[in-house]
Design a protein around this ligand. Structure first.
Ligand SMILES: N[C@@H](CCC(=O)N[C@@H](CS)C(=O)NCC(=O)O)C(=O)O
Length: 363
C-alpha cells in the first residue's frame, strides 16, 4: 500500500493550507516535513525535488508534485471530489477559481506596503460583499442543495469553506447578508457591452473572459481551459498524466503572468521587474521545461502526445521571444526550429496558426 502523502512546506498556512484542507476532507492522513531554514529549501532544490524550485511540494504515489493547483486537482480526482463528468468538473473549476481569486487578495494583504493597506482592505471588503459571496449564495439558492455542484461534496465546497474562515477572520460582519454561506469571442467593444453581460447575469463574478459552450456560460480562465482540454482530449490519458500537465501548465502560467503584468508596472519599478523576469526565465522556467523534454527525448511534454501543456508553453515562448529573443538561446529543445513549436505548427492548419499566434491583440 502506498505510504502517506508527505507535505513539504513552511510552518505556515500559505499555499499549502488548501492542500491540507482537501486531504483532511478526503479523510487522508498525511505527514508534514517542515522547511525550517533556507538550507532545508536549498537541499530540496539541489536534489532535484522541486521542478520550479518552489514549494509547496507533495510526495504522493511516487511523484514529487509541485504547483498548488496541480496537487489539488490530483488529490480531488483521486478521492472523488471533482465531479461526475466533465461538465460538473467545469463548474467545480469555475467556483474554485473564484474562491482562489478572493483568497489570493486576502492572502497577499499582509505583504501590502503600509500606505496601501487601507485601500486594499476596502477593495477586499467591497469584492467580498458585492462580487464573490453573492455569487456563491446565488448558486446555493438556485438549486436549493447543500453542495455547490451535483448535490455532492466537491473540492469547490471545501475551498469555499476555507475561504469563509478567512473572511470571518478578517471581518465577521462581511458574512451577515449571506445566510446560505453561513454553514461554516464576442468582443467587448465598449463599456456598455460589459455592463450588459453583468446585468443579465451572464458573468458569475462580473468578469470576463466568458465562454458560452455546451449550454454553460463558463467564466474563470482555468475552468474554461480545463473544460476545453478535457473535451478535446488534450489533458492526458490518466490522472497522473493530468497531474503532470497541470504542473507544467501552472509553471507556464506563473511566468506568463509576470510577463503579462509588466506593462501595468509603475515606471519606477519596471527595470527591476524586467531583470527579475529575465532571471526567472533563464534560470528557473526554461531550464525546467528543457529538462523535461531532454529527460524523455520525446516531442511533447507529457505522454508523447500533444496536450494543453505544450500549447500553453508554445504561447509562452512567443511572449518570451517578443520580450527578448536572446533568452531562448540556451534552450535548443525549446527553440522554434525544434519541439514543440514545430510539432504544434504542423498539427494546426496555417490559418489557425496565424490566428492564434500572429494576429495582433490589444494588451
Ligand atoms: N504557482 C506556484 C507558486 C509557488 C510559490 O510561490 N511558492 C513560494 C512559497 S509560497 C516559494 O517557493 N518561493 C520561493 C521562490 O520563489 O524562490 C504554486 O501555486 O505552487
Amino acid at each position: 500500500m502506498a505510504g502517506k502523502p508527505k507535505l513539504h512546506y513552511f510552518d505556515a498556512r500559505g499555499r499549502m493550507e488548501a492542500i491540507r484542507w482537501l486531504l483532511a476532507a478526503a479523510g487522508v492522513e498525511f505527514e508534514e516535513k517542515l522547511i525550517e531554514s533556507s538550507e532545508d529549501l536549498d537541499k530540496l532544490r539541489h536534489d532535484g525535488s522541486l521542478v520550479f524550485q518552489q514549494v509547496p511540494m507533495v510526495e504522493i504515489d511516487g511523484m514529487k508534485l509541485v504547483q498548488t493547483r496541480a496537487i489539488l486537482n490530483y488529490i480531488a480526482t483521486k478521492y472523488n471530489l471533482y465531479g461526475r463528468d466533465m461538465k460538473e468538473r467545469a463548474l467545480i473549476d469555475m467556483y474554485t477559481e473564484g474562491v482562489a481569486d478572493l483568497s489570493e487578495m486576502i492572502m497577499l494583504l499582509p505583504l501590502c506596503p503600509p500606505d496601501q493597506k487601507n485601500a486594499k482592505l476596502t477593495l477586499i471588503r467591497e469584492r467580498t460583499t458585492n462580487r464573490y459571496l453573492p455569487a456563491f449564495e446565488k448558486v446555493l439558492k438556485s438549486h436549493g442543495q447543500d453542495y455547490l455542484v451535483g448535490n455532492k461534496l466537491s473540492k469547490a465546497d471545501i475551498h469555499l469553506v476555507e475561504l469563509l474562515y478567512y473572511v470571518e477572520e478578517l471581518d465577521p460582519s462581511l458574512l451577515a447578508n449571506f445566510p446560505l454561506l453561513k454553514f461554516e469571442e464576442k468582443f467587448i467593444e465598449k463599456p456598455e457591452d460589459l455592463d450588459k453581460l453583468k446585468n443579465d447575469g451572464s458573468l458569475m463574478f462580473q468578469q470576463v473572459p466568458m465562454v458560452e459552450i455546451d449550454g454553460m456560460k463558463l467564466v474563470q480562465t482555468r475552468a474554461i481551459l480545463n473544460y476545453i482540454a478535457t473535451k478535446y482530449n488534450l489533458y492526458g490519458k490518466d490522472m497522473k498524466e493530468r497531474a503532470l500537465i497541470d504542473m507544467y501548465s501552472e509553471g507556464v502560467a506563473d511566468l506568463g503572468e509576470m510577463i503579462m503584468h509588466l506593462p501595468l508596472c509603475p515606471p519606477a519599478e519596471k527595470d527591476a521587474k524586467l531583470t527579475l523576469i529575465r532571471e526567472k526565465t533563464t534560470n528557473r522556467y526554461l531550464p525546467a521545461f528543457e529538462n523535461v523534454l531532454k529527460s524523455h527525448g520525446q516531442d511533447y511534454l507529457v505522454g508523447n502526445k500533444l496536450s494543453r501543456a505544450d500549447i500553453h508553453l508554445v504561447e509562452l515562448l512567443y511572449y518570451v521571444e517578443e520580450l527578448d529573443p536572446s533568452l531562448l538561446a540556451n534552450f535548443p529543445l525549446l527553440k522554434a526550429s525544434s519541439t514543440p513549436v514545430a510539432k504544434l505548427s504542423s498539427v494546426l492548419s496555417g490559418e489557425t496558426w496565424t490566428h492564434l499566434f500572429a494576429s495582433p491583440r490589444a494588451q
